[in-house]
Ligand binder design. Structure first.
Ligand SMILES: C[S@@+](CC[C@H](N)C(=O)[O-])C[C@H]1O[C@@H](n2cnc3c(N)ncnc32)[C@H](O)[C@@H]1O
Length: 380
């Protein structure tokens, strides 16, 4: 089942004004997206004019603004535009659009560059930087539960939650669901609990090791009805085969479904030793960010064992933001083999059909190859 999205396109500033007036007066419902077309180029506005539009746009859309043509020449000019927009509640971490948390009534400041300008590399907001380069994705709670197969899910579980973006973004769309997150790191708990959440949404952030059964037992206690646990950004790669086996067992025993984000098959020695992730607003201040293999660890093409860091550097210094040491690049075939050993039902998310389809009943390869894939494990 597709999530129905309403996009309103405007071809002039006048028609944007008319549309926003109708929304502001309650004559028209807020659309998901407003798309600025043709000559409606915010890059050509002065700062004050764009500031006024940003306030009205933030209040007038649920998901964000599409501005495929906004190209601003010059690093400084682009940075000024980027910071103004990011501080006004919209980020552009996913292509060709400026997004806000779904229907969020308050403004979120996405400008992580400010932390670098104020405090240099040491002051750089590591989680904000991670969100900009790796932590934001196209699919979320909404897509996964707006399906026939998982439409009865009432609780979202996020193991290895880190910044818990999956739950946090999900709660804006489904505030009536329960969110149970956990992580080893007390700082992650502090960060997530320190964010502003909608009042009334039931949530718990537990401290615990995904490799210990006790935290899973507590997860079950904190859950309501059917639950879906989600491990994103291939964080299952933190685990070796035995640990992963346990996670699959517990994830499907203490939650009803365990979803893993998986990457399409790749050859580890073909991966670059340095994967440059520097974004334009970073370049403008002389900051660089990359995933970088550790010097002494060559990715093993047979075991897919590898070790790398998310690093940031400038002309003067260098800092490791996050370590991914002893990471195993699990590929979908190995994960599904483990699932079979455990006699689990396996499905994949078909983004074209917006449904969880059986993994073993003939797969639509075009959909799998072109998109990030997700495998769902459940007990029969
Ligand atoms: C890459 S971050 C998570 C990212 C986030 N889930 C996402 O999709 O963007 C990995 C997180 O996993 C946590 N972690 C690693 N091993 C863990 C374990 N055994 N149990 C619980 N949390 C763990 C780390 O503390 C860190 O916060």
């Amino acid at each position: 089942m597709h999530v129905d999205l309403v996009t309103r396109k405007v071809g002039s500033w006048k028609s944007l004004d008319r549309l926003l007036r109708r929304i502001e007066s309650g004559d028209e419902l807020r659309p998901d997206w407003i798309e600025l077309k043709a000559d409606v180029d915010p890059g050509r506005l002065d700062k004050k004019a764009w500031a006024d539009w940003l306030v009205r746009l933030h209040a007038g859309v649920k998901r964000g603004i599409k501005t495929p043509h906004a190209k601003i020449k010059g690093r400084k000019k682009h940075l000024a535009f980027w910071q103004q927009t990011a501080r006004s509640g919209f980020h552009d971490f996913v292509d060709d659009c400026w997004m806000k948390p779904y229907d969020a009534p308050w403004i979120t400041d996405f400008d992580y560059i400010r932390s670098y300008q104020e405090g240099g590399l040491e002051g750089l907001d590591a989680y904000g930087t991670y969100s900009a380069v790796l932590g934001t994705w196209e699919y979320g709670v909404e897509d996964f539960v707006h399906t026939e197969f998982a439409g009865d899910v009432e609780t979202v579980v996020e193991p290895l939650a880190g910044t818990a973006e999956f739950s946090y973004q999900g709660h804006f769309r489904h505030p009536q669901m329960t969110y149970v997150m956990f992580d080893l790191d007390p700082d992650a708990k502090k960060l997530v609990e320190g964010r502003r959440w909608l009042e009334g949404t039931e949530r718990a952030f537990l401290l615990g090791n995904a490799l210990g059964e006790d935290v899973w037992i507590d997860v079950r206690k904190a859950s309501k009805g059917k639950s879906l646990a989600y491990i994103g950004k291939q964080s299952q790669n933190f685990f070796d085969a035995k640990d992963l086996f346990r996670i699959l067992q517990w994830g499907t025993k203490y939650a009803d479904h365990l979803v893993l984000e998986v990457s399409e098959p790749y050859v580890v020695e073909d991966e670059p030793t340095i994967d440059d992730l520097t974004r334009r607003e970073m370049k403008a201040v002389g900051l660089n960010v990359a995933l970088e293999d550790l010097d002494h660890v060559t990715p093993n093409p047979l075991t897919h064992h590898m070790s790398f860091d998310l690093v940031a550097w400038d002309d003067a210094d260098r800092r490791t933001l996050f370590e991914y040491h002893d990471w195993i690049g699990w590929q979908p075939a190995a994960l599904s083999a483990l699932g079979k050993l455990l006699d689990l039902d396996m499905r994949y998310f078909h983004s074209g059909e917006a449904e969880w389809l059986p993994l073993e009943e003939g797969i639509d390869t075009s959909d799998v190859r072109e998109n990030n894939s997700f495998i769902m494990f459940s007990r029969p």
